[in-house]
Design a protein around this ligand. Structure first.
Ligand SMILES: *[C@@H]1O[C@H](CO)[C@@H](O)[C@H](O)[C@H]1NC(C)=O
Ligand SMILES: *[C@@H]1O[C@H](CO)[C@@H](O)[C@H](O)[C@H]1NC(C)=O
Ligand SMILES: *[C@@H]1O[C@H](CO)[C@@H](O)[C@H](O)[C@H]1NC(C)=O
Ligand SMILES: *[C@@H]1O[C@H](CO)[C@@H](O)[C@H](O)[C@H]1NC(C)=O
Ligand SMILES: *[C@@H]1O[C@H](CO)[C@@H](O)[C@H](O)[C@H]1NC(C)=O
Ligand SMILES: *[C@@H]1O[C@H](CO)[C@@H](O)[C@H](O)[C@H]1NC(C)=O
Ligand SMILES: *[C@@H]1O[C@H](CO)[C@@H](O)[C@H](O)[C@H]1NC(C)=O
Length: 346
């Protein structure tokens, strides 16, 4: 009883804080004017790089202190100290934050007009850590809402964010296969993952979403999980560099093919270049305007359960995820490209 009350109280607090902070202007860049993107709904598919609160509140991870300590001041289900990519993309597009699928029955119908996030931390293109969901399952949930919650005309100015940040690879490399099997198996796995990504992307477009933004795989060799020599998976830091490049090359080809096969003048699919953006930020010693250098970019803020002095000085929040400041920098660098790519052409 007591714990149920606590759960309800924390849920209420979460919803309350969402109401207060949900529409806050997340990037200081709003003073640098940019035109309205012409997009009015954001649909989000993917993993913890984009999940803004769908995981079960009884799960550890994003629902525990000190997650959310910068924003909204308590855990919000985001895998970070604060805002993440989804917040910054929505802000760039001037769309209000989409509703979480998990909360869709708890909000006014009017809130659904900005889109929905199906993203769930831990998701891969295929089943990963848990067997609750994969990208296909998320698209199934979206499809079930079409015709009742969203009509075809609702989707005519919509954007999807489709994040596959590497869970398929991390679970494979951290799993029970021998090192030999892993080294041999990863390239075929990459081909399978990108092929299935292509299937997923084609499906989202065919369901009516107008524009689909797909972040490239980031340079995983530098995420603390791989960079820290104390982690067993560090063994793969060398190989992962080429494997990320292989993934991104295949992704590029798939996206070119998808755009070529669509009849739109306006290419529906666009890659957001996380790979080079992350590298440029790691390298930045002050030459990128408006972005402070991160003194130790490969070291996470939250280490061994301890928080660093200032999350704003860290790029990585934990072994895998970015801080709010990290995401903010990424979206500052990508701002012009994203606006240009997602603006309607006709
Ligand atoms: C969240 O997890 C709890 C405990 O495992 C479970 O009872 C509950 O049904 C889950 N909620 C949802 C929405 O899946
Ligand atoms: C995961 O799959 C196993 C075996 O298929 C099943 O017993 C279990 O209930 C599933 N768990 C969830 C959370 O769906
Ligand atoms: C990996 O091996 C351990 C020990 O043999 C076992 O307990 C675990 O269930 C295995 N995990 C998977 C995903 O097969
Ligand atoms: C991926 O798709 C390509 C092109 O359709 C095909 O040649 C290849 O065999 C597929 N690879 C896997 C592992 O499914
Ligand atoms: C590397 O990982 C170990 C074990 O988790 C941790 O104690 C250490 O602080 C980490 N080092 C860095 C530089 O992140
Ligand atoms: C684009 O599609 C056309 C016709 O289907 C085909 O001839 C051409 O090779 C394709 N180009 C690419 C880059 O896939
Ligand atoms: C980062 O710096 C290294 C070493 O100076 C250089 O080789 C590399 O090309 C730079 N990368 C980017 C993306 O700027």
């Amino acid at each position: 009883m007591n714990s149920l009350m606590k759960l309800l109280a924390s849920l209420l607090l979460f919803i309350f804080s969402f109401l207060i902070f949900g529409e806050i202007d997340v990037a200081e860049s709003s003073s640098q004017n940019h035109p309205f993107s012409g997009r009015n709904k954001l649909f989000v598919f993917g993993d913890s790089y984009v999940d803004i609160g769908n995981t079960n509140t009884s799960d550890k991870g994003a629902w525990e202190y000190p997650y959310g300590i910068t924003y909204p001041g308590k855990p919000s289900g985001r895998f970070s100290d604060g805002h993440i990519s989804t917040d910054f993309l929505a802000q760039l597009l001037r769309i209000k934050l989409p509703v979480n699928y998990a909360k869709k029955d708890d909000v006014d119908m009017a809130r659904l007009q900005y889109g929905m996030s199906f993203a769930y931390g831990g998701t891969g293109v295929f089943k990963t850590y848990a067997n609750y969901s994969d990208m296909t399952a998320q698209i199934n949930l979206f499809e079930q809402l079409l015709g009742n919650v969203y009509s075809p005309s609702d989707l005519s100015s919509s954007v999807a964010l489709f994040s596959v940040a590497g869970n398929d690879y991390i679970t494979f490399l951290a799993g029970n296969h021998t090192i030999f099997e892993k080294l041999l198996g990863i390239r075929p796995l990459i081909e399978k993952v990108v092929n299935q990504t292509e299937v997923n992307l084609r499906r989202i477009r065919s369901l009516g979403v107008k524009k689909i933004a797909i972040p490239s795989l980031s340079p995983l060799q530098y995420i603390p999980l791989f960079a820290n020599s104390s982690n067993p998976i560090h063994y793969f830091q060398g190989p992962i560099k080429d494997l990320v490049k292989y993934h991104n090359d295949l992704l590029q080809k798939s996206v070119a093919k998808l755009n070529n096969e669509s009849n739109d003048i306006d290419s529906p699919f666009t890659i957001i270049d996380y790979y080079n953006t992350f590298l440029a930020i790691f390298n930045n010693t002050g030459e990128i305007p408006g972005i402070l250098p991160f003194p130790t970019p490969y070291i996470e803020c939250l280490r061994d359960g301890k928080l660093c002095d200032d999350p704003r000085s860290a790029f990585f929040w934990d072994g895998i995820h970015l801080t709010q400041e990290g995401w903010k920098s990424v979206y500052k660098v990508l701002r012009k490209d994203i606006i240009a790519a997602l603006m309607p052409k006709a």
